[in-house]
Design a binder for this molecule. Structure first.
Ligand SMILES: *Cc1c(COP(=O)(O)O)cnc(C)c1O
Length: 283
């Protein structure tokens, strides 16, 4: 069962924690299994103005379900060459640019669509995953500045992703923010000025105001879970889990102490015990 009012209230709480930033609810992977469209609507009701999906298909699914640009900006960030960029541009979905080839493909898609593509430059500030290495940034900025002058793209955002935000106070958090700031300055020198800078996931939204910038991108916390359980339960941050898993027991039986339970006997009953079998698993 998914409690959409919890999603709404969690997003509201997160917006309060980052009062000068907009909130992008990350709804990738079917909203972390909570159901893409319904959860997105719950997040918008809580004040999110942006929705984020890893894969382009989910961004298009949101638009197809009637979540139009008047209701939410949508950003998608993980795609290989040959992704449906023209469709994304036509659906008014913002796309991340994490490599030079992506600039060329987005420019081609924008020309084909006869519209300006809204783009966010992804910088690898230390996660070592998707994103442009600072050393490669000048070349990409050069191409982006030309594309912007031509009207093919508009640089809406510059962004990055943190590696250790779930370890509050980890020195890489501030170090990544510093690298990010430098990248934003490099962009400005190249004539590329994003409207929005964004860096914070849930953990950083909860614990690192330095990373809030213009927009925060919580996923886990919007669903009412905490990525920093060492700091206390979700309620400490005004969050409550949106998902409840319920099942009727398929079997209930008494077993003696010392009884191994299930594969490899990872659990052994310490004493006479009642076991219940919950009928779910691989699915
Ligand atoms: C998944 C994801 C998030 C949200 O992460 P949480 O830890 O669930 O808050 C934010 N930004 C990007 C780029 C992501 O991929």
């Amino acid at each position: 069962m998914v409690d959409l009012a919890a999603v709404r209230d969690n997003v509201r709480a997160l917006a309060d924690l980052a009062p000068s930033s907009e909130v992008m609810a990350v709804v990738k992977a079917d909203a972390y299994g909570h159901g893409l469209v319904a959860t997105a609507l719950g997040a918008l009701a809580g004040g999110a103005t942006w929705l984020g999906t890893a894969q382009p298909g989910e961004a298009l699914a949101l638009r197809a379900a009637g979540v139009g640009p008047d209701r939410a900006r949508v950003l998608t960030w993980l795609y290989p060459p040959g992704a449906p960029l023209r469709e994304l541009v036509e659906a008014d979905v913002d796309v991340s640019l994490a490599a030079r080839w992506a600039v060329d493909e987005v420019v081609a898609a924008a020309r084909a669509a006869g519209r300006t593509a809204r783009v966010h430059l992804a910088v690898d500030t230390g996660l070592g995953r998707n994103g442009i290495m600072p050393a490669d940034l000048p070349d990409v900025l050069d191409a982006v500045a030309r594309a912007e002058a031509e009207g093919a793209v508009r640089v809406v955002g510059m962004w990055s992703h943190l590696a250790f935000a779930d370890e509050p106070g980890h020195p890489t958090v501030v170090a990544q923010a510093d690298v990010f700031d430098e990248a934003v300055r490099d962009a400005a020198r190249a004539g590329v000025v994003p409207e929005l800078r964004h860096l914070a996931n849930s953990a950083a939204t909860l614990t690192a105001p330095r990373t809030h910038y213009d927009l925060v991108r919580p996923g886990l916390a919007a669903y009412g879970m905490t990525p920093v359980p060492q700091l206390g339960p979700p309620s400490r941050f005004g969050l409550r889990p949106a998902m409840t898993l319920e099942a009727r027991l398929a079997t209930v039986k008494r077993v003696p102490g010392g009884h191994g339970v299930s594969y490899s006997h990872h659990y052994t009953t310490p004493q006479d015990t009642t076991l219940g079998v919950v009928p779910l698993g691989y699915g």
